[in-house]
Write a protein that binds this ligand. Structure first.
Ligand SMILES: [Zn+2]
Length: 312
């Protein structure tokens, strides 16, 4: 679910009022969120690069180097944000990429009655001969991960024929992004609030925003804002036991885990809202959420490496 998060009018009012403090205040203005925010996606890709087998990593870099798309640079970390850029780029009419691909970024499992089949529009099959990148618009992130994995494995079995190269590049770029999205807990739950986008929260050191936005960006930025450094720090915590536990299961299992995390850590501990219907987050909530985000990013990175090692 892609949701734009316009900066608050009240916030801009404060900026004007404290114009001399702009450099300080700017540090607290999050960028518009692109699901996990760009930083979260880049951290996932950077962690994956550390855990991929050298041969597969080389093949990935080589494949991406043949991409002629101009929306992002072509290294594995930069392409992690490509699917969001593509979705928000208009071509051949207004918002055509948005309508074609925006539902692929999440799976709306209902908080009270989670049902994967329903959340995935009953898993529409790809019509014969249709590449996954041109599949039905009404589909979910779980199906898209399965489809792109299958497509790449087919490409590998065929010995990487050049006629399939363009689709293979797309499959890799979508996988790098979607495995990240699937591990953003708010991308696997819906409580009739557009995945937490309509639920206003505030933790006093940061300006108010939606619950979705806080999980996309605010908690990620608490880990640090240097992608390379955060990825190294997180990767260094990953134990052989973690690897063994995480490098298994399917996108369906991972969606269920994300959903359980969203329910137990994002929604259940929310305080009672104030009269305006806003939720004031405690330091305890924010600290727990930040640690959970760190683990989600680690898991996503490890699982991305696990998939790409099989696919390439
Ligand atoms: Zn996304």
């Amino acid at each position: 679910m892609w949701k734009k998060h316009p900066l608050h009018r009240a916030h801009w009012g404060a900026l004007r009022q404290y114009i001399g403090m702009i450099p300080i205040l700017l540090a607290f203005i999050p960028r518009p969120a692109f699901a996990w925010g760009d930083e979260g996606h880049e951290i996932v890709a950077a962690i994956a690069m550390k855990f991929m087998e050298p041969e597969q990593r080389q093949r990935l870099i080589q494949l991406l180097s043949q991409d002629d798309d101009t929306l992002t640079a072509h290294d594995p970390v930069s392409v992690a944000t490509w699917a969001d850029r593509y979705r928000d780029s208009a071509q051949e009419g207004p918002h055509v990429h948005y309508h074609q691909t925006h539902a692929w970024h999440f799976v709306d499992l209902e908080r009270d009655h989670p049902n994967l089949d329903r959340a995935c529009a009953d898993h529409p099959p790809l019509p014969q001969g249709t590449p996954a990148s041109a599949g039905p618009a009404r589909d979910c992130v779980v199906d898209k991960i399965e489809q792109f994995n299958a497509e790449l494995q087919h490409y590998k079995t065929a010995g990487f024929p050049s006629k399939n190269r363009a689709e293979a590049i797309l499959a890799v770029k979508y996988l790098i992004h979607f495995i990240g999205d699937l591990h953003q807990p708010m991308h696997a739950i819906d409580d009739h609030d557009r995945g937490g986008n309509e639920l206003k929260v505030k933790w006093p050191p940061v300006h108010a925003g939606s619950l979705h936005h806080y999980w996309d960006t605010v908690f990620v930025e608490r880990l640090g804002t240097d992608v390379t450094l955060v990825a190294s720090t997180l990767a260094a915590r990953i134990t052989p036991e973690n690897l063994q536990a995480w490098q298994q299961g399917s996108a369906r299992d991972w969606a269920r885990e994300s959903f359980d995390t969203a329910r137990s850590v994002a929604y259940d501990p929310l305080p009672t809202p104030n009269e305006a219907g806003h939720y004031l987050l405690s330091d305890t909530y924010v600290d727990q959420a930040t640690e959970v985000v760190a683990v989600q990013l680690e898991e996503a990175g490890v699982r991305l490496a696990y998939c790409l090692d099989k696919d390439l």
